[in-house]
Design a protein around this ligand. Structure first.
Ligand SMILES: [Zn+2]
Length: 363
């Protein structure tokens, strides 16, 4: 650990000096600029805080956007990347009784205030402080260690390791919130999950199956179709070979599905709207193919459809996701595990969609 670093951030004048007070981190420096540099180690945690040795960081599209440099994001560069992570407690602040060194924790992805009405009601993702997403607005998790408020470090149940816990905040937590809090998916209902090979798609297939739903999913290749079936999907549609909405109508006796799980956007939107049964719910947490889509308003009100936007999740969703991991009801799907130095290849891989499941980085 003490050898001279080739990845000096330059802030020290470019010399290979590395003191014990520094640690490695991934820094977004500008448009397509990311480098492995060094930042200060955290001070001992203050009251109410825990210090976490970050063990696994999952990559998400928000990292790719952050890396591309979203013009509207309020932030100052460089910023430490990484929005979804887990680690091990290495120290606790004086008054912290809920955590001890050695605990594995999953880290909630936003520095919420903890005191506004939404936070007090457990609706963490409605916190009045809205510019506090780790790795996007403020320094994130791709570093060796950091202090965070103890309430944002959700303890993993026995049997859930850091790699699994790293997928609770965005991957499984977001999907829990979408499917159950927002779309109110129930046993016996049918759901269309777009992009079953993506990180959240692979989580949605498993969580919906575990809840007793029938799952139809779309994938872009025959190889991904096999893997989606292995995750439990009842029907898999290769969207590169046929129109998914036509197949969905056939599979549902022309009725349509109860719930559409959207995160693709314009490329699938029109078909998604046509895939719902009367009273169907479309829940979306993303738009990876663009941000503008049209809505047939006749269809919307005549079919009494509901369109639900979903962003982030509640801390309770992290707990329920990890409980399902612990019981074996769901299994994290990991595409690749990378070192910090391989981060940029991971971002390229995610952007190219050549993934099945999640890419993890271990700082
Ligand atoms: Zn709040």
């Amino acid at each position: 650990m003490d050898e001279p670093s080739d990845n000096c951030c330059g802030a020290c004048g470019g010399g290979p000096i590395r003191g014990p007070e520094l640690m490695r981190a991934a820094l977004v420096t500008g448009e397509r600029g990311i480098k492995i540099g060094e930042i200060s180690r955290p001070q001992p945690p203050m009251a109410g805080e825990v210090q976490v040795r970050i063990r696994a960081v999952a990559l998400n599209h928000i990292d790719v956007w952050g890396w591309r440099g979203m013009a509207f994001a309020k932030r100052t560069l460089p910023i430490v990347a990484g929005a979804e992570a887990a680690g091990e407690i290495i120290a606790v602040g004086a008054d912290v009784e809920t955590h001890s060194p050695g605990n594995i924790v999953s880290l909630y992805g936003a520095l919420t205030c903890g005191t506004c009405p939404a936070c007090m009601a457990g609706r963490d993702n409605f916190c009045e402080r809205m510019d506090s997403i780790y790795g996007f607005h403020i320094d994130g998790f791709l570093r060796e260690a950091m202090n965070i408020p103890a309430r944002l470090a959700v303890r993993a149940p026995p049997g859930v390791d850091c790699r699994s816990a790293a997928l609770a905040p965005i991957t499984f937590g977001t999907v829990e919130h979408m499917l159950f809090d927002n779309a109110e998916l129930e046993a016996g209902q049918t759901i269309l999950v777009h992009a079953g090979g993506s990180g959240i798609g692979s989580a949605a297939i498993q969580l919906a199956k575990a809840a007793g739903a029938t799952v139809i999913t779309t994938v872009g290749s025959d190889e991904k179709a096999i893997r989606a079936r292995e995750l439990g999907a009842d029907h898999v549609i290769n969207y590169s070979q046929e129109r998914f909405e036509g197949r969905v109508r056939k599979l549902t006796n022309r009725k349509g599905v109860d719930v559409v799980f959207e995160h693709v956007g314009p490329a699938t939107w029109a078909g998604s709207m046509l895939s719902m049964k009367r009273g169907g719910r479309l829940v979306t947490c993303g738009s990876t193919t663009g941000i503008l889509a049209q809505i047939n308003l006749n269809l919307l009100y005549q079919q009494q459809l509901r369109l639900i936007g979903s962003f982030g999740c509640r801390r309770a969703n992290l707990r329920s996701a990890m409980d399902k991991m612990a019981s074996g009801a769901v299994k994290p799907v990991i595409d690749t595990i990378l070192s910090l130095d391989q981060l940029e290849s991971g971002l390229n891989r995610l952007e190219s969609r050549q993934v099945f499941g999640k890419i993890l980085v271990e700082p």
